[in-house]
Design a protein around this ligand. Structure first.
Ligand code: PLP
Length: 426
């Protein structure tokens, strides 16, 4: 073996996986079992007391899921990861380790519509208060910091318009405030952006999107960068204080730079329960093997389609950071030099009615509420994913009434352009 560090595409295929030690199976087997036999009573006690690592029960960990966790941790450059049932579950589990009732977290206003809902309504019922900031105005994050702020949450490439967030600038605000920066890296995937390289302390994903990549399995993951000191100022008692259910151990003291991932597993996943099915872990692992190939094709197609739309007489504007005159092009060149992603919006001169009509005429594009599929997808956010927002908030989050969102797949770009041409022209 050479002592070369493996590259991204090699890690996407191999990280975390070995031939199965008992059968020789080369693909990672689906360990479809709820529970695992202990060697003896001492072994069982040491697993329950966190003195040894091993499998107990699939709600807390599973060997198929462990391969997925190791692979995504490697691709993101983190110390450890925890797979969960969905992207939303990842967000709940992360914040449960950080916030007590009455605490606050700051979130970028440009987010996946489901996250805006989750933060505004469900988290409020837990006593976790979201404070919104504008990712295009870094000072708005600074102004939002209070003594009860426990985290900052942003998307690397933000829904719905594919805008690029200045991760380093917001990470500086988080450092100064003494709170971790959480980055939802779903729309970029680590192939385009590795937020930990730019100062993120925690990365979350909806694996449902580009990582799984085929629109067939839900999943989520939390990656621990290992960068944050949880012991400062007693702000994070879940990590720094003795845990009564584990014989009084302190997670940060015991697990060091992967303490956050451990907390998410042994406190979050154990008690909240959103475990990922090993079958879904297998599907997503298979998807990740081709992530670099798919992601490049997604981006190349998206750029060609954004250019086509920008030249179309029915189109008022295109918001794609990969276009040279786009507001986010500078940030795209810095953070995502391989491509500006495949999810973006454009607006039609004909407004709301033209948006609804376009969606109904497209044939190759599927009209549905998802992104990051091999297939090309279309949605009209104002009447669907962002319909719960009032008009001002819709416009602020990039989902005004005349806006259509595309998620470009890996088909032939000529076929996608022909479909848009017939729908826009008809
Ligand atoms: C889809 C999505 C989520 C939520 O993930 P689920 O797997 O659907 O729970 C969160 N963030 C972003 C950016 C998403 O696209």
């Amino acid at each position: 073996m050479s002592d070369r560090l493996p590259g991204f595409s090699t890690l996407a295929v191999h990280a975390g996986a070995q031939p199965d030690p008992t059968t020789g199976a080369r693909a990672t087997p689906i360990y479809q079992t709820t529970s695992f036999v202990f060697n003896d009573a001492d072994h069982a006690a040491s697993l329950f007391g966190l003195q040894a690592f091993g499998n107990i029960y699939t709600r807390i960990g599973n060997p198929t899921n462990a391969v997925l966790e190791e692979r995504v941790a490697a691709l993101e450059g983190g110390t450890a990861a925890l797979a969960v049932a969905s992207g939303h579950a990842a967000q709940v589990v992360v914040l449960q380790q950080l916030l007590q009732p009455g605490d606050e977290f700051i979130a970028a206003r440009k987010l996946y519509g489901g996250s805006i809902n989750q933060f505004t309504h469900a988290f409020k019922s837990f006593g976790w208060n979201v404070v919104w900031a504008d990712p295009d105005d870094i000072a708005s994050f600074e102004r939002a910091v209070t003594p009860r702020t426990k985290a900052i949450f942003i998307e690397s490439i933000a829904n719905p318009a594919g805008s690029i967030t200045d991760i380093e600038a917001i990470s500086t605000v988080a450092r100064k405030a003494g709170v971790p920066l959480i980055v939802d890296n779903t729309l970029a995937s680590p192939y385009l952006i590795r937020p930990i390289d730019h100062g993120a302390d925690i990365v979350v994903h909806s694996l449902t999107k580009f990582l799984g990549g085929h629109g067939n399995s839900l999943g989520g993951i939390i990656v621990d960068a290992g960068t944050f000191d949880w012991s400062t100022g007693g702000k994070y008692p879940m990590l720094s204080e003795p845990r009564p259910e584990y014989h009084g151990i302190r997670l940060q003291e015991t697990f060091g730079n992967f303490a956050f991932a451990i907390a998410c597993r042994v406190l979050g996943l154990r008690d909240l329960g959103p475990a990922l099915s090993p079958f879904n872990a297998f599907m997503i692992l298979t998807g990740i093997e081709t992530l670099p190939l798919r992601m490049q094709k997604h981006c190349d197609n998206a750029k060609a389609i954004a250019e086509y739309l920008a030249g179309h007489p029915a189109v008022a504007s295109v918001s794609y950071a990969g276009l040279p005159n786009d507001k986010y092009n500078q940030l795209a060149r810095k953070y995502a030099p391989r491509g500006a992603g495949a999810v973006f919006t454009f607006s039609l001169k004909g407004g709301y009615d033209a948006g609804v009509s376009l969606v109904s005429k497209l044939q190759l594009f599927s009209h549905l509420a998802n992104v990051g599929d091999t297939r090309s997808l279309v949605i009209h956010p104002a009447s669907t994913t962002h319909s719960q927002l009032d008009d001002a908030a819709k416009i602020k989050s990039g989902a005004g009434p005349d806006v259509v969102r595309l998620s470009i797949g890996i088909e032939d770009k000529e076929d996608l352009i022909a479909d848009l041409e017939q729908a826009l022209g008809a």
